[in-house]
Design a protein around this ligand. Sequence first.
Ligand SMILES: [Zn+2]
Length: 331
Amino acid sequence: MATWHLGVSYFGNRDPRHVDRDLEEMAAAGLTFVVHTFSENDLAFYAGTLQEIVDLTHRHGLEAFLDPWGVGRIFGGEAFSNFALEHREADQLTPTGEPLPAACPNHPDTRRFLHEWVEAVARTGADGVFFDEPHFYHRNGRHGCWCEACRARFRDRFGHPIPETFTPELRAFQMDSLVDLIRELAGHAKDLGLKTSLCLLPHVEELDTWPRFFGLAELDIVGTDPYWHNPWLQLTGEAVGRHVAEYARRVATLAREHRKEPQIWIQAFRIPAGTEEDVARAVRAAAGEGVRNLAAWSFRGTAFMSSIRSDQPEVVWQTLIRAYQEVRSRG
Ligand SMILES: [Zn+2]
């Protein structure tokens, strides 16, 4: 019988009395782990609370992973970076030197700060870290990064100055930088006794770089989040199953090659009314490719976050739990 790891992300609630009730519901639904967001705001003001939440998670028999949600705006998440505001010298820059609201992963101060974040995770007693969607800033037509650290590293690597526009060479350089970042942070996390997991964005133009991330000896779990309904992609019905299966197959194949545990994220936010069954299709598609570690973003159809909540979050949640139970019962 295969070991299943079934989880959800959880955030937005920092009152241990209420978190306790939600965790009880997750455990009753048969979940085995929770990914708690641990933003810069949490690091600054809720580190002790997170420790209590991790304790509660364990008390309910669930594993706890912590996610650098929006930290430095280098990782995915609807959270802002105070570090980027207070350390302007470490900010990502446009080609003309305009600071962006995100820290540069190549700046030594940013690295130090992210090391501290990992150490804070270890202090909460969490089981692992979940590095989500590492990326350079790219928003509203503005790209990072042309800071001094990037300029110097680029010249070292390619022997000529960094191009002023976003060329394939620059993309390769940035992916190298992110591989290096994850190697360093995951290595630090492993040294502190934490499990390490990584989710890469399902960007088609970056697929060629996946083996370099997934091959990192410092990682235990590798995955992606092939969401199907967002402002730039709207799939429904059988197309959802095909989309998720394609990414799950890619992750499962690479994970096997590199002896990692494959993980697939299931969309449980922004699900339009009437398409909830797509959540079950996605779960079945990932399981069908041999993936036994499934995680959904997020708890209860993300009912608590108005900007991305599903139309009928309760239906999304019930569909997800039913699908989890269904695939697990098949072994
Ligand atoms: Zn930079």
